[in-house]
Design a protein around this ligand. Structure first.
Ligand SMILES: N[C@@H](CCC(=O)N[C@@H](CS)C(=O)NCC(=O)O)C(=O)O
Length: 224
């Protein structure tokens, strides 16, 4: 049997397209011969570091995205819904606290808990129009993800540590070095060479490059 290919998924919970990419990668993790590595990072740092401009700076692009996300939610079977004030949520409030929290969860609890907490944070911001900046909001997401009160207290304390700030920063810098200009970014390591894909709309090509089969965004339903 061929050795498992490593696929790194760089994401930020402020990014709705990252949620789509994340759910697809989680669905395919056991179907494809891959080792999925979650790489929580900071989208604003990637945008600034790469000199990219927000896609919503162009009005027509913003209108397209709003429409696109509505139909993608149904296509991907992800309960994505526009928050009432996307600008406030994405640009004013942002995701620094949330992504430090995710980085701390990963440090303390590994990828399984990181997956669950990330999903609950996306659900809050991109489905239920709820805050993800306050400690109480982060705690609520962590409770839903199954963390204990003790774990949550420890993770919240870790968020302000130099170690966790550095962890998020270095993952963001790594993404930039690999060529990131936005999220989601998937990096497949094929024969020791990194192959980068941007967006939740590159899975067909990715599957081709790693020698796997693309069965659409929901492979379990495709098999029925
Ligand atoms: N076509 C991509 C779009 C992904 C996308 O727009 N991601 C945003 C964050 S939610 C981004 O980083 N955009 C940077 C850019 O488009 O240059 C997809 O379908 O996933």
């Amino acid at each position: 049997m061929s050795s498992r290919k490593v696929v790194e998924l760089f994401y930020d919970v402020v990014s709705p397209y990252s949620w789509l990419g994340f759910e697809v990668m989680c669905r395919y993790r056991n179907l494809w011969n891959i080792d999925l590595k979650l790489r929580p990072a900071f989208l604003r740092g990637v945008m600034q570091g790469s000199g990219n401009k927000s896609p919503v700076a162009v009005l027509n692009k913003m209108h397209y995205m709003i429409h696109d996300l509505r139909r993608l939610a149904e296509y991907f079977d992800v309960p994505l819904q526009q928050p009432s004030d996307p600008e406030e949520v994405m640009f004013n409030k942002g995701s620094l606290a949330a992504m430090r929290f995710v980085a701390a969860v990963q440090q303390k609890g590994g990828d399984k808990k990181t997956e669950k907490v990330s999903r609950e944070l996306w659900r809050r911001i991109w489905s239920e129009d709820k805050d993800i900046t306050e400690p109480a909001s982060l705690s609520e997401a962590a409770v839903k993800a199954g963390l204990t009160d003790g774990e949550i207290k420890e993770v919240l304390e870790m968020c302000t540590s130099k170690e966790i700030k550095e962890k998020l920063k270095s993952c963001t810098e790594e993404a930039l070095k690999l060529g990131a200009f936005g999220f989601p970014m998937m990096v497949c390591h094929v024969d020791g060479k990194p192959e980068m894909f941007f967006g939740s709309d590159r899975f067909e090509l990715m599957a081709h490059c790693i020698g796997e089969k693309w069965l659409g965004p929901n492979p379990d339903k495709a098999k029925l």
